[in-house]
Each structure stands twice: as structure tokens, then as C-alpha cells.
Write a protein that binds this ligand. Structure first.
Ligand code: BES
Ligand code: MN
Ligand code: ZN
Length: 520
């Protein structure tokens, strides 16, 4: 991450944060910054308002500045003005904070983060009167908004995303002594770090990103974090019968892998801890295979391992967040390519555990690799819950756009908890029906079932979920189709253009509270 955050605890910060900061600057106690960031709230007695201490720092009053810039205080709204603090010119960033909900504060923080993405320092009085949750939300926004992924050549660093010599941006947050600021920042850094990891993995071009590369990254990113890693090579996948992963990977010169990451909490919780298995789609490039996609459909398919990236990123952050339950991450990694050795429409493959599936379209590859991983989890890992994450269907994006993932679940309590974790974390989901009426579309004359509907027209996201359910063995299972929110066309709010890391925040929030809920 290019940005770091720090907290400054000032006596009296919660009551008059700017005045306290200016006083401590004058006395040399606090460090000056390039940017001073102050909140604008929509709900003053005479409309939007800001800290009256700004009157002393600006050539006009804060109220006049708000009027001149026509500020409303809505979350993430900004205006920049020159201010003078202790005789030094400073760029003042007026930042709308809306209703100060975690969602509004994350959005506001992201705008500050964007301004620090290329370095520089800021001091922000935005969360001086917030509790730990508010501080964490704002800090998460800063860190996520400051994210950038670049592979531009530069003399200092020909291969990397940013020159190592560039100083990172730094946001110092004035916080009240009542909030546990340092702990809030530590959690924000763990969560935003995981999202950044997922974005980096998914944004990496496929020329660099073979299944083995993804496995190497998974091992590196989870080492010394309470996680044991096992990478299944092709011969072991063949010996154990992972027919779906092998078929999808068969067209590529770069063989498939199953990545298995097992986390155990350092200290055992009081009651029995649930074992939750996360399964991620790890298609390192989806050309469609012999059922080749048109070029436009392929352009974004380096991110078709976003679900797997999220699983790896989540596993890398469990120890830092003290997640109290057992978690196993399975990433089914393969490159879907056309070639003389590729699998074909009409093939029948045998999945882990023995079920046979008739292939009708090699571009519906995600469900085939996931089916193996789900069956493996059910048969060998004794999971209390299974949650899979996948950029599975264009249909999910058509249905819900980019704001919500499609959630399917066989268990109402699990669905409720995931929906709540989504709202709280910023990764929002919308529950869709596992409509039995569509199940007949998957009947096959030659195999146990087909993987897509033969006519292939309606309810594509639901039909894909129904296929996956066949491999969940009746366990409490949830499926997140992130084909919509997994990518963003622009920098907006906490989202960065390209891969968004959608799902990491939701799953970390869910897992942090899962041990206190009934298993299943
Ligand atoms: N990876 C795609 C789904 C996708 C599409 C994700 C667009 C993100 C953006 C998946 O493997 C796929 O190709 N699905 C097909 C399924 C169809 C052949 C039944 C689809 O959605 O068209
Ligand atoms: Mn596909
Ligand atoms: Zn795909």
C-alpha cells in the first residue's frame, strides 16, 4: 500500500480538534502537514457547517467558504482552499462527511486517500469525535482510496508499480482519547491491506499470472500468518480425481493447481469453533476455451481469479484480526485456453467424488473447477459452512450491476449474517433464489448432469448456483457471484478502477464474528 495512517491523540481534540491542533503546531508538539483536512457536515442550524476554528486560518469565514463553494456536506464532496497555519501556507481540504455513518466516513476517507496516492502528508480532524468504529471506517477509506496499480516503466523502478524511493503518503488522524485509535488503525490496515492484496493479484496481467504463480503468491502472502499451505500439482490432482480442474486447465501450457490454505486460530476459543471453508474461482485467464469469447469479452478476463484472490487475501489477514474460528481456503486455479489439448463441448468429465458432468460450453468453466473444490471440501474437510466466491456469470452483472454481489444460500441464518456483514463492511450483497423450477435445465442424457442449460437463455446466474449446490453435499453453503462488483470502470468511493477486491471486507467482517454464532 502506498499510504500509511497514523493517529495523533490531542487533549481536547474531540471538543475543538482544529483549535487543539493549531495550538500544538505553534508549540512544536505536532508536525505540520501539506494538507489539512476538515469535515463539512450537512446538518448545521443554518445548513452545512464546518469547524469555526477555520475562520482564523482562512481569508474568509468557514461559512463564507462553504457558501462560495456551494458545499452541501454530502459524503466525499470536496473543495480545496488555501489556509495559513502558524504562518505556513497549507492546502485545506474541506470534506463532506454526510451522516457520519461508517459508510459515509469510508467514502469521505477515500477522497483524502486519493489525494495522498502520490505521496504527501495530511492531518485530518474528520474523526476527532468518532468512536473506534468511525475511526476505522475513515482510515479504511483513506487506505482504499489511495490504492493504485501500475506497471509503468520508470528509470528508478523498471518493473514495479511505484518507485521504492517515493515516500508513501501519510494521513495523520486527530482522534479523541476515548476512541482506541491505534487499535482502530491496526484493524483498518489489516482489512485494507487484504483488499489491496486481492486487487494486486487480480490486476496482475495473465502473462505473469500462471496458476503456479498464483500458488507461489498464496504461499508467500500467508506464510507466518497462522496458515499452512499445500499446493496440489497436476499429477496429484489426477491421482485424486479432480476432473473439473484438470479439464479446464487442459488447454493451457501452464498446468492447473489447487491451492489449499489452512488457518487455525492461535488461541482456542471457549466453545467449539466452527470450521468454515472458503472456495475461490481461480481462473488466471478466461479466453472461453474452444467456446472462445469475442475480444471485448476477453479484455477483462485477467481478473477472472478475483474470487481466488479474495480467498488468499482473507487467509492472509485472519491472524492479524484474531479471527477465532478454523478457516480453510481452497483456490481452484486454472487457465482456460483453446488448443489441441483443450477440453471440448460434448466431453463428459468426472468430478472429485465421482459425479459425471456433460460439458456443453467451455466458457462455463468456473463452475467446473468450483465443483471439484466443493466436493473435496465436503468429503475431506468436515466443514460447518462453505462459502464460495466467484466471477461466475455475466448474468449476475446484468441482474444487479456493480453495486451488489448475487448471494445464494441454502441456509437462512448464513444468508442473513452475510447480508449484514456486507452492509456493515461496504461489500453489499443481494440474496437471489435457488429456484428449484430451473433445476431440470441441468438434466443430461449422457451424464449425471449438465453444467449449463442446453438452451442457455434465462436465469444464468441462478442456474449456475443450482449447479454448484449439487456439490455442496447438503451442508450450509453460500455462493457469492461477484462478476458485477468485482471490477469497477472508474475510481469511485473506496473502489479503484479495475479489480476491486470485492468480498474481502465482507468475509473478514463475517469471520470476525462467526465464532459467536451457531455453527450452521
Ligand atoms: N468469467 C465469466 C463470467 C464473467 C463475465 C465475469 C463477465 C465477469 C464479467 C464466466 O466464466 C463465463 O464466461 N460465463 C458465461 C457462462 C455461459 C457460457 C453459460 C457467461 O456469463 O456468459
Ligand atoms: Mn468463462
Ligand atoms: Zn470465467
Amino acid at each position: 500500500m502506498p499510504i500509511t495512517t497514523d493517529v495523533v491523540v490531542l487533549p481536547g481534540a474531540s471538543a475543538r480538534p482544529l483549535a487543539a491542533y493549531v495550538a500544538s503546531l505553534a508549540s512544536g508538539e505536532a508536525d505540520p502537514a501539506d494538507i489539512l483536512c476538515a469535515p463539512v457536515q450537512p446538518d448545521g442550524p443554518d445548513g452545512p457547517r464546518a469547524d469555526a476554528a477555520l475562520d482564523e486560518l482562512l481569508p474568509v469565514t468557514a461559512a463564507e467558504a462553504i457558501a462560495a463553494y456551494r458545499l452541501t456536506g454530502k459524503p466525499g464532496e470536496t473543495a480545496q482552499a488555501m489556509a495559513t497555519i502558524a504562518g505556513r501556507p497549507v492546502s485545506l481540504l474541506l470534506l463532506g462527511v454526510g451522516d457520519r455513518s461508517p459508510r459515509a466516513l469510508r467514502r469521505a476517507g477515500a477522497e483524502l486517500g486519493r489525494r495522498l496516492a502520490d505521496g504527501g502528508t495530511a492531518t485530518a480532524s474528520v474523526v476527532a469525535s468518532e468512536d473506534s468504529a468511525g475511526v476505522q471506517a475513515f482510515a479504511e477509506g483513506v487506505l482504499l482510496g489511495g490504492y493504485g496499480f501500475r506497471l509503468r516503466s520508470a528509470p528508478a523502478d523498471p518493473a514495479g508499480s511505484r518507485s521504492a524511493a517515493d515516500p508513501p503518503g501519510l494521513a495523520r488522524l486527530l482522534v479523541s482519547p476515548d476512541a482506541d485509535g491505534p487499535e482502530a488503525l491496526r484493524r483498518a490496515a489489516a482489512v485494507a491491506g487484504a483488499v489491496g492484496t486481492a486487487r494486486d493479484l487480480a490486476n496482475t496481467p495473465s502473462a505473469l499470472k500462471s496458476p503456479q504463480w498464483l500458488a507461489d503468491e498464496a504461499v508467500r502472502l500467508t506464510a507466518d500468518r497462522g496458515v499452512q499451505a499445500r499446493v496440489w500439482p497436476e499429477d496429484e490432482l489426477a491421482a485424486a480425481g479432480f476432473g473439473g480442474i484438470l479439464a479446464v486447465g487442459s488447454g493451457s501450457t501452464r498446468p492447473p493447481r489447487l491451492i489449499e490454505l489452512s488457518y487455525r486460530p492461535a488461541s482456542a476459543p471457549a466453545g467449539p469453533a466452527p470450521h468454515i471453508v472458503l472456495v475461490g474461482k481461480g481462473i488466471t485467464f478466461d479466453s472461453g476455451g474452444l467456446s472462445l469469447k469475442p475480444n471485448d469479452g476477453m479484455k477483462s478476463m485477467k481478473t477472472d481469479m478475483s474470487g481466488g484472490a479474495v480467498v488468499i487475501a482473507v487467509l492472509s489477514a485472519l491472524a492479524a484480526l484474531g479471527v477465532p474460528c478454523r478457516v480453510t481456503g481452497l483456490v481452484a486455479a486454472a487457465e482456460n485456453m483453446p488448443s489441441g489439448s483443450a477440453y471440448r463441448p460434448g466431453d463428459v468429465i468426472t468430478h472429485y467424488g465421482g459425479r459425471t458432468v456433460e460439458v456443453l460450453n467451455t466458457d462455463a468453466e468456473g463452475r467446473l473447477v468450483l465443483a471439484d473444490a466443493l466436493a473435496y471440501a465436503v468429503r475431506t474437510l468436515e466443514p460447518d459452512q462453505i462459502i464460495d466466491v466467484a466471477t461466475l456469470t455475466g448474468a449476475a452483472r446484468v441482474a444487479l450491476g456493480t453495486t451488489h454481489a448475487a448471494l445464494y444460500a441454502t441456509d437462512d441464518e448464513l444468508a442473513r449474517s452475510l447480508t449484514a456483514a456486507g452492509e456493515a463492511s461496504g461489500d453489499r450483497v443481494w440474496r437471489m433464489p435457488l429456484e428449484d423450477g430451473y433445476r431440470a435445465a441441468l438434466d443430461s442424457e449422457v451424464a449425471d448432469l449438465a453444467h449449463v442449460a442446453r438452451d442457455n437463455t434465462s436465469a444464468g446466474s441462478i442456474v449456475a448456483a443450482l449447479f454448484l449446490r449439487e456439490f455442496a453435499g447438503g451442508r450450509p453453503w453460500a455462493h457469492l457471484d461477484i462478476a458485477g462488483p468485482g471490477r469497477s470502470a472508474e475510481n469511485s468511493g473506496e473502489l479503484s478502477k479495475g479489480a476491486t477486491g470485492f468480498g474481502a471486507r465482507l468475509l473478514l467482517r463475517y469471520l470476525s464474528s462467526a465464532a459467536s454464532e451457531p455453527a450452521g
